[in-house]
Design a protein around this ligand. Structure first.
Ligand code: URP
Ligand code: ZN
Ligand code: ZN
Length: 464
């Protein structure tokens, strides 16, 4: 089956140019002006629109068992919601329980992910350490296409990795040519601050940001960067939310260290006033870690993205419904941490970033797709409109508008942190592996159609 996307402007990370895009089966086979229309080809009119590589969300949690419950979106509903928003690939997380065998956890997540409607791949979290973990990291890299490992520096008494684990795991990443990544928050500080707040009777969601101030994040970001420097590994810091962490990244990069940073759509657009709401359900709906920050930090994150010290945008999509959030109604530390966004990331970043002139369309492609493909070794299969690349394409209508609402979204959870926001710039058509999966508001996602993407290791010399 051939599909031709005609009359649009192709936007890649390096340039934008007028061209038609011809796809056959799951690949792009030609990109040029005025291509002939093959007999029987499906024609998609992209006149007045942009044709961009499908979005890559490098940080999602579908079907995640977390804080005593499980997220609302599974791999089908979550990836389908992504397709509706122009995101065609997610990188999710295998998170073994402490002492759980890594391969067993990985197989469990692969099983859950069989439902995916869009392509997916996994970072694997290192939540504990012994010789079997060291061995199994090698098996995952060599035999299962995993090239990145995640370390939670927060969530004490649960999945937190201590410094010994960080050092040993980073060293192993270097041997294997894998990318270490961290959730940077000092888990001990968070725990102590939480206990202090609870003792003072401050049990509501407004205490959540007080237990996780920017300094707590910055300490962990600086520590992780220092460990990576000593161990000679690159490092990728997920959900950078504050100016102080960005400063740590910027400083390290200026000294020649290979440090990458990820910003979340939520952190870029939503500020910490949400925690002051008298509507406790609303405030709890915004409880995620790190928390939303003040406008000063948001501005810094935008500058980081534009200036090249932050590289990717993600969502940390992790949806819990009101009933689940109510598990923490008497104790904010029990509110399951997480918010959604996979359906909205592309549009909110275009609306706030490109429409304001903060980002060019090519910079938008860079931070929503290409950089993630390159950092996690899926490029040029993903993140590029060119012959040979996967036919994961989003036809982007820069004048189309949509008002975001939990009532009309495809994602589950019944809540949306971008509720009520009208965005200008929306996908009109999404192709995943050459198939039209979304067109003008109609979702045609197919359960199980998503593919697992192998990500080979990096050369161990280039990792140094
Ligand atoms: N971010 C969050 O609050 N929940 C998901 C787990 C994590 O990424 O820390
Ligand atoms: Zn995290
Ligand atoms: Zn996360």
């Amino acid at each position: 089956m051939k599909t031709i996307i005609r009359g649009g402007t192709v936007v890649n990370a390096d340039r934008a140019f007028r061209a038609d895009v011809l796809c056959e089966a799951d690949k792009i086979i030609a990109v040029a002006e005025n291509l002939d229309v093959p007999n029987g080809a499906k024609i998609i009119d992209a006149g007045g629109q942009y044709v961009m590589p499908g979005g890559i969300d490098p940080h999602t949690h579908m079907n995640l068992p977390f804080m005593g419950t499980v997220t609302q979106d599974d791999f089908y509903t979550g990836t389908a919601a992504g397709l509706a928003g122009g995101t065609t690939t997610i990188i999710d997380f295998v998170i073994p329980a402490p002492k759980q065998n890594l391969i067993e956890a990985y197989q469990q997540w692969r099983e859950w992910a069989k439902k995916s409607a869009g392509d997916y791949t996994f970072h694997v979290a290192i939540t504990w350490w012994d010789d079997t973990v060291q061995r199994d990291m090698g098996i995952l890299v060599r035999d299962h296409g995993v090239n990145s490992f995640k370390h939670f520096m927060a969530y004490k008494n649960a999945i937190m990795a201590d410094d010994e684990t960080l050092v040993k795991s980073f060293r192993r990443c270097l041997e294997l040519g894998a990318m270490p990544t961290v959730h940077a928050e000092n888990g001990e500080l968070v725990y102590q601050l939480q206990q202090d707040l609870l003792k003072r009777g401050l049990t509501g969601p407004s205490s959540h940001p007080l237990s996780r101030p920017p300094e707590v994040e910055a300490e962990a970001a600086n520590r992780a960067i220092a460990i990576a420097n000593v161990m000679h590994t690159p490092i990728y810091i997920v959900h950078v939310s504050c100016a102080e962490s960005l400063e740590a990244i910027t400083r390290a990069r200026a000294h020649g260290q290979r440090v990458y940073g990820e910003a979340l759509a939520g952190h870029l657009l939503i500020d910490d006033s949400v925690y002051q709401s008298d509507d406790l359900e609303f405030a709890a709906g915004h409880v995620m870690s790190p928390p939303f920050r003040s406008k000063h930090h948001q501005k810094a994150l935008w500058h980081g993205l534009r200036g090249g010290n932050l590289h990717t945008t993600a969502t940390d999509h992790c949806t819990f419904c009101a009933e689940q959030k109510a598990m923490g109604k008497d104790d904010f530390t029990k509110i399951p941490n997480g918010c959604g966004g996979v359906e909205d990331r592309m549009s909110v970043i275009w609306d706030e970033g490109v429409n304001s002139g903060m980002l060019t369309p090519s910079e938008f492609v860079k931070v929503t797709s290409t950089n993630a493909a390159q950092i996690f070794n899926m490029y040029p299969r993903k993140g590029l409109i060119a012959p040979g690349a996967d036919a994961d394409v989003v036809v982007w209508d820069p004048e189309g508008t949509r008002t975001i609402s939990a009532l009309t979204q495809f994602a589950k959870g019944g809540f949306n942190v971008f509720e009520g926001r009208t965005v200008r710039g929306i996908p009109s058509t999404t192709l995943s592996a050459g198939n039209v999966v979304f067109h003008r508001g109609v979702l045609m996602a197919v359960e199980g159609a998503g593919r697992y993407i192998n990500r080979p290791a990096f050369s161990t010399t280039s990792a140094r």
